[in-house]
Ligand binder design. Structure first.
Ligand code: 7TS
Length: 404
């Protein structure tokens, strides 16, 4: 049975105070908190077997290598990739996207097209613009409607034999919309385009089956899934990863080096130059174990309850508008109070111990679409409670009174 009070005991940070008030942490879409079980793994690594991997014959190096590779297998199983070497450790989603964008330079020519969505994070726009500058390819954008949903009939019209790559996030960070990636993948494959899905915001809430999705690439960050910062995963189908050139050169990614010619290592090492975030990778595996022990169906059901509760309570406040009203949403609420800047609301909420994000959420085109400078974003996790939402609602009412 899911018991949120027991779950909360796993997260030491949740019992601290901020500005003299109990912390209410509603900035989970930016980064999630870390349970003691994952903190213990980090401490154990540095206390007992810190060593460089894949290169030492000594015991510590072997132990660290084994744990790191076990973590890769855990990630493979969790996301249901066919092969462990289809899982590339990265420093996070941004790294994974840049790796693909860089690799695609070799495949694109002038006039080819890349499709992205109107709902993207800046890390999902800028690397493609840079790729277009390098290759002469053209960037096309799937438009959105007022509910914050992508318009699929417009996507259909953008697809052609010029489309080489489609990029879309699984869940929008600014609005929480869950995008119809199954449809997008199938249609894009119909014109021979590859599909990269950004799972940064879906992976904390949804367990995707990568083989069933038949997606070409999928990227995530561990720090949004109860893991540490500075580590993430790039999944790529083996055939694609074999075809793509390496991203960075260095140690670990080579087979043989002479000054005349270098040959590259097999997957996954071809894309893992240099000493990786070893402890981070192992802790990422532990975070996945932790979340799976609770269960993603349980997490989704509970978070949906929180979303509905918070949406209804917030909408009782006069002049409060929610942006992102799709039926298919994760537990994210972006909102504004009429005539009040989101930054001012966020500052008052912080004084009350409530952590929310304010601003454009690295998604300026979405803010431009709604003609607003930004929003207040409350994003929930399975360790949040309805009574914390009550604190938020009271805080927003207070902010409204103070700022009107
Ligand atoms: N893609 C999406 C959809 C994201 O939400 C983020 C981070 C990234 C990519 C980049 O992830 P990173 O781990 O490489 O930085 N999103 C947010 C956010 O919404 N608030 O802070 C970071």
């Amino acid at each position: 049975m899911f018991n949120v009070e027991n779950i909360r005991k796993d997260f030491p940070i949740l019992s601290r105070t901020v500005n003299g008030k109990p912390l209410v942490y509603f900035d989970n879409a930016a980064t999630s908190q870390t349970p003691q079980q994952v903190i213990d793994v980090i401490v154990d690594y540095y206390s007992n077997y810190n060593a460089n991997i894949h290169r030492g014959v000594h015991t510590l190096s072997q132990e660290a290598t084994d744990k790191y590779e076990q973590a890769r297998k855990k990630i493979q199983t969790h996301f249901n990739a066919k092969l462990a070497h289809e899982i590339i450790f990265t420093s996070g989603t941004t790294h994974g996207i840049n790796l693909i964008a860089n690799g695609f330079s070799s495949f694109l020519k002038k006039g080819d097209e890349i499709i992205v969505s109107a709902l993207e994070h800046h890390s999902n726009i800028v690397p493609w613009q840079m790729l277009c500058e390098r290759t002469g390819a053209i960037l096309k954008v799937i438009p959105m409607n007022l509910d914050g949903e992508l318009i699929m009939t417009e996507f259909d019209k953008l697809l052609s034999d010029k489309t080489k790559l489609v990029f879309v996030n699984h869940v929008s960070n600014a609005l929480g919309t869950v995008n119809p990636i199954e449809y997008i993948i199938e249609k894009a494959h119909g014109v021979g385009a590859a599909v990269l899905v950004d799972g940064a915001q879906s992976s904390p809430h949804i367990k995707p089956d990568l083989q069933a999705l038949n997606v070409d690439f999928y990227v995530v960050s561990a720090h949004k899934m109860c893991g540490p910062t500075g580590v993430g995963m790039l999944y790529g189908k083996e055939a694609w990863l074999k075809k793509l050139p390496p991203y960075q050169g260095g140690g670990e990614m080579i087979a043989e080096v002479t000054f005349e010619k270098t040959t590259y290592a097999e997957l996954p090492h071809k894309f893992e130059a240099g000493t990786p975030n070893i402890c981070g990778g192992i802790a990422f595996g532990a975070a996945i174990d932790y979340m799976n022990a609770i269960g993603f169906d349980t997490i989704a059901k509970y978070e949906h309850e929180l979303l509905e509760y918070a949406t209804n309570k917030l909408l009782e406040i006069d002049g409060l508008k929610i942006y992102g009203t799709s039926k298919h949403k994760t537990a994210v609420i972006s909102f504004n109070l009429e005539g009040i800047h989101p930054y001012d609301v966020g500052t008052i909420l912080d004084k009350l111990g409530i952590a929310v994000r304010t601003g454009h959420h690295c998604a300026q085109p979405i803010m431009d679409f709604y003609k607003i400078p930004g929003t207040v974003r409350a994003s929930f996790s399975f360790y949040n409670t309805k009574s914390e939402i009550d604190v938020l609602v009271e805080g927003v009412k207070k902010a409204k009174t103070m700022l009107s």
